[in-house]
Structure formats: C-alpha cells, structure tokens
Unconditional design. Sequence first.
Lengths: 478, 216
Amino acid sequence: MIAIAPSFWLFLLLIAPSAAAILSLVPNARVSEGVARAGALIAFAAAIAVLVTNASGAWGPYLGLDSLSDVFLFMVTGIYVTSIWYSRVYFRALSRPFLTAQVYYALLSAFAFAMIFVLVVTDLGLMWIGVEATTVTSALLIILERKPESVESAWRYTLIASAGLTIALFALLVLYTATGTLNIYQLAANPPAVTLPIEMAVALALVGYGTKVGLFPMHSWLPDAHSEAPSPVSAMFSGVLLPAALYAFLRVYRVLPTPAPAVVSDLVIAFGAATALVAAFLIQHQRSFKRLFAYSSMEVMGLAVIGIGVGGVALYGALILLVAHAFAKSAAFYCAGNVLRTTGTNRIDEIRDLRTTLPWTSGAWVVSSAAVTGAPPFGTFLGEFLIVVGAVAVGLVWVAGVVVVAVLVAFLGVNSQVGRMVFGEARAGTTLAPREPDSGWGIPYLNAAVALAIGVAAIPYLSDALRSAAVFLGGALP
Amino acid sequence: MDATAEVIALVGIGILLTALYLQSESFVDPLIRAIALQSLLLGVLLGWLAWTQRSVDLAILAALAVGVRAAFIPLFVLRRQIRAFRWRVRELHAAHRVTGHALAAVALAIVSWFVFQETLASVFPQPGAALPFILLMQGLLMLATRSNTIVQVIGYLEEENAVVYAGALFSQGFPLFVEVVVFLDVLGVVLVGVILSIQRDVTGSPEEAVLEELTG
C-alpha cells in the first residue's frame, strides 16, 4: 500500500478551492457549479484525510499542520462543501442577482481558500493576510441580492472588520519587534518572557481579531452582514468565518505561557462575558429571524472566548462548542434560506404555521435551533457544560454564572421565536399550502446530525483530534 | 540631531497635525485633501529612509503611499464620488460638534501617548515612536464618530498610514511587510472603488441611509 505524505493533503487543501475559484469563471453556469462542487468535495476529503492520519508537522518556513488546525480544517471544509451544495437551491430562486453564478461560485471558493490558508500557515503575518483576504473575498457576496440594506451591510462589514484588523497588524508589529519572529513553532519552542509589551500585543490582537469574531463592542457589522448575506454565505460567516478569526487570535494567545497571566486572561474573559450577555439579551428584541441567528452566533463566540480565557477543561469545551456550533448554525441558516425563499419575508411577526407550509424544513429548523442554543445531547451542550465545569473548577463561579445566564436567555429567545414561526397559528385565510422545495431541506438535517454526533462523541477521529488540540493549547481533559 | 532624525521629527509633527485637522473638519473635500497630504508626508518620509538606507522595500512603501493613498484613492476615486457637489458636501451630523471632536482628538492623543509610554516604550525606544500609535487611535476615533461613508474611508486610510508608519520606522525586517501593505491598499481600493460605487448606484447617495431592516 502506498503511503501518502501529509504534505500531499495539505497542498490539496490549498489547490482544490483555489483551482475551483479560477475554473468557476468558465462561461457555462452549470459547469461552474460542478467545478465549485468538485473543489469543495476534494478539499473536504483532504481535510478528512488530515484528520484520520492525525497529520502534523511543518513543511517549509510557512506551512504546517497540527491537531488544532486539523480540527478547524474539518470544520471549515465541512461547511464549505454543504454551503456550495445548498447554493444551487438558493441561487435558482433569485430573480436578479448582483453577481453571475460563475462569479458567485468563484468568490465562495476563494472565500473558503482564504480561511483554509489561515489554518495551514505557520507565520502570524501570513495568517493576518489570510484573515484580511476573507474580508476581500466575502464582501461582494453580501451584495448578491442587490438591496440597499445589503450594500450598507457589506460596507459596514468591510470597514469595521478591516479597521479591527489594522489593530491586529499593529499587535503583530509589536510582537515581532519584541521577539524577532512571527513563526508560531519558533514562538512555541522559544516562548518570550512575559513582559508588558507582549501582554499589550496579545490585548491588541484580542481587540483586532475580536472585531472579526464579533466581540462586543466591536460587533456592529456582524448582525448586518449575517442577516443580509445570502443564506449559504451567512452559514459560512456564522459557522466558520468567526471561528477562523478566533483561531488567529488563539495562535497569538498561545505565545503566553499556560496559565496565561491573570491580567490577560481576565481581559479575555471580560470580553467574552460581555459579548455573551449582550448578545443573549439582544436576541430577545429581534424582528428578523436571520438577525436572531446572527446574535446567537455572537453569543456562542462570547462563550467560546470565555472558555479560552478560563483555560483547562473550559478550553476543551470551547473547541467542542465551536465545531458543533458550526454545523448546527449552518443548518439553521440553510433552513432560514428556505423560509425566506418561500415566504418572501424575514420578519418573524409575518411568519406562522411553517409546519404546514414547509414541513421538512420546519423540522430541521426546530432541531437546528435547539442545537445552536445548547440543547442536550448536541455538541453545543457538551461544550457549554464543560465551560461551566472548567470555570467552577478554577474558582471562577461568577463566570460560570454568566455562562449559565447567557445560555438560558439565548435558548429561550431563539427557540420561542422559532417555535412561534413553526407552530404558531396562522391568521384566518393566510395559511399557505405546503410548498416544500424539492431539495435544500436534507442538508440541514445532515449538519444537525453532525452536531449531534459531536455531542455523543460518535465521530472517532474528530473526538481524538479535539482532545489533542485542547492539550496542545494547554487545556485539560475531563 | 542627525539629518534623518530631523526629517523623522519634522514629518512626524506634520502627520500629527494633519491627523488633528482631520478630526476638526466637517467638509468632505478638505478632508480628502488632508488625508492625501498626510499620505504624501508619509511617502516623503519613507522615500527619505529608502534613500538613506538603500532599501528597496522602503522605496516600494513610499511609492505605494504616494501613488495609492496620496493620489489614486483620495484624489481620483473619493473626489469622483462627490464630483457634482464638491463644495457643499459636509457631514451634517458631525457639523455641530466639530469642536467636541477636536477636543476629544487632542485628549485621545495625550492618553495614547501615556499608554504607549507605559506599555510599549521599552520595545520602541526611538524618539517619536509613539506617533504611529497615536495616529492609529486617531483613525479609530474617526471611524467610530463619523457616519459619512467617505469620511469613514478616510479614517481607514489614516489607520493604514499608522501601520505603515510603525512598520517602516520601527519594525524593519517584519516578514512580508510590503505584501501586507499591498494587500491593505487592495482592500482600500475594493472599499472605495467597488462598494462605494455600488452604494451610490443602489441607494443614489454616498450618505448613509436609514434602513429599517438593519435595526435591532
């Protein structure tokens, strides 16, 4: 049997989406879609191969893999492939899209490439370029539906995310001047002494990358972009773009020893707690179901950041939460896309009795909504539970309390609204006949099933990689 | 003081003054010309450093500062956005609190200087090293307090100037710094050249509209 070198999978991960981005520009829309699908499938297969072989090591000065990148690659390519698949259903229903199908698929593939690039480079400067590239490639995708709101959202997204990333770049300048390198393996092998400039660099990176993660108070682009983007793009934003930015921060954070200095970890926890609480309470006031899920993503990112700040078992919980949330939230956004296409509105008050109109989509929406808000036995529940356990274990009872409050408030807010739309009685004469689309409802079930499987540790290689990644980051296992 | 130190100090003061002017102006056209001047000053400084150090990287950064951020984006792309009504475009929401902006900018500059001295001065011991950090904070203030989209682009350009200023002066050897700056410029062009144009086509104005769907 021929052994395939891990570097082969790594290069395949980079080549498949970039080739798809270029080749998708062929004149024929159906060929373009086929090319994009093939690229996404190949990238996903390569990510699975990386996960199964537990690939790790550095290839040259700029590329490398470890357990943390393996986990994130599975997550990013998983949502990439399902979003590409779902795009056909969504794109077909658009009357006058701003982009042609070819440009749409090219940008979506380039967007995925930028995220994969972030995960496989070992230089923090290149990682920063990758995160910035996600902005360039995804900004135009938001405008697909050609609405004034979409343009305004794309504008806010580009400007606020880029402003944040210049702060992150300044952080890297400080880090480089203090240490003389930006290579993550060199920094790990020769960790710098903890000085005020290093702590300042990490704090600036938190603010900079935190802007892209959607941390309060730099979050204002997030609900707009997530709600105005087409649903497959919203799924990629919520499911994997935010975690990819958080990954970049994690790499900077890892420069610090374990446990991190209290002043920095307290700052991280404070940002996470403020984000989770603010988002959980804002969820209660949403009138658009896509904004509802956008704020839910913000709440989950806040919880994950808390887990990173607390460290130990909570860090392991944060990783599980991120992966499970990616699949659950993408499922919720695909369902939201079906609902939007069928009803023509995203106003919660105008939608009732979806169980009659969209029986299959409704089922998936109820399940995925429960999953994103941490209902047991989904992986999100396991992740949030471990964050609470981790916080209590290190004596941060108030942090555990914040997590519990945020989770409960968000759970009630999201599920009551979805429940009203699915099970609420329609006004007399407004009931629509069943209009379930031929396709597009199966993918949400698939992704919700993955979120469930993560919760019951039924994906062997992924479970192992998650444990390795937590240990690699200095976390602890239960 | 040697010639290079004098040039750094003089140009640094000029850049700081343009940053404070940007905060105190509400008319858009003078703001565009002020950010062009700031980028030009930065370009002159980078050009001087490139000449004295015989550095190709710094020469490229100087060319980008002058070509893209002093000329192309402000004078070609941004001014085209307000071509029809150049002399009366002002930021209405900001106009009545310009004095407050200016005072806030000065206060922020002083606070930024203290923060820099307390936290980062040991890494950047050079005289005037706090200026890029102050400039970064001024750019953020502009982005946070202004609502006109063109003025926000100017805030973004100021932030980019700050990063280039810091990188070129104090962090030479930063890997791929030229590439990073090229990338930032590409983003700047995408920002103003594509999205701003689309915004004008779709909404009919570069001004921010009140959009019901984006509330909550």
